[in-house]
Design a protein around this ligand. Structure first.
Ligand SMILES: [Zn+2]
Length: 199
């Protein structure tokens, strides 16, 4: 923690040295992209996209799960997506899953989560109806389950009224990415082939 505090203390001076002025943010934010990913510490959205302040509107959840839209039971995630699309008018949403994801791995392997009731409840309600069973199995990186899971979350996102409207009007693009924490490689889902391939 000490190192983090020292780094934060020195941030204004460090940033000022970059020649860019944070003053402009007094007027508000205008990020072009919403980035949804897992809370996992190995995924650093701004680092892998080369983004600075004001560029990415982020939402991080356990397992990069997007809860289904339900206006009668609003969640922080629903509010965050709605704000990004309706107020900030982002032009793209990236939903980025990652290799070795503990949350997706727990779901895919059907792990016993009774000692983690909140985690179990959160993951359980988002588990895919057909499960993650893959006839060929999956390795420790959980590549197949994570990619399938990312696409499922994108489907949930697409069902949000504001997202559906913006996509239909051509104002919003949706993208599923897969990030390998052990290589740094990023792949994107291509609808033309139905597979994830290099960006
Ligand atoms: Zn994860």
């Amino acid at each position: 923690m000490r190192r983090l505090i020292d780094h934060a203390r020195a941030f204004p001076a460090r940033w000022g040295g970059s020649g860019r002025d944070l003053k402009e943010f007094e007027a508000g934010q205008r990020p072009s992209t919403m980035f949804i990913t897992c809370s996992d510490s190995r995924v650093v959205s701004t680092l892998l996209t080369g983004s600075g302040p004001g560029e990415l509107f982020e939402m991080r959840t356990a397992g990069n799960i997007v809860p289904p839209y339900d206006p009668d039971a609003p969640t922080s995630e629903m509010a965050t997506v709605e704000y990004a699309v309706c107020v900030l008018e982002v032009s793209d949403i990236v939903l980025c899953g990652h290799s070795h994801c503990g949350a997706v791995g727990a779901l895919a392997r059907g792990e016993d989560l009774r000692s983690l009731p909140a985690v179990r409840g959160w993951l359980g309600r988002c588990a895919p109806a057909g499960g993650f069973q893959d006839p060929e199995g999956f390795g420790p990186d959980c590549e197949q389950p994570v990619q399938r899971h990312a696409l499922a979350q994108l489907d949930v996102l697409r069902a949000y009224p504001c997202v559906d409207r913006a996509v239909s009007e051509g104002r919003l693009g949706l993208h599923a990415w897969y990030y390998e924490v052990h290589t740094g490689a990023v792949r994107t889902h291509r609808t033309s082939t139905g597979t994830f391939s290099s960006l």
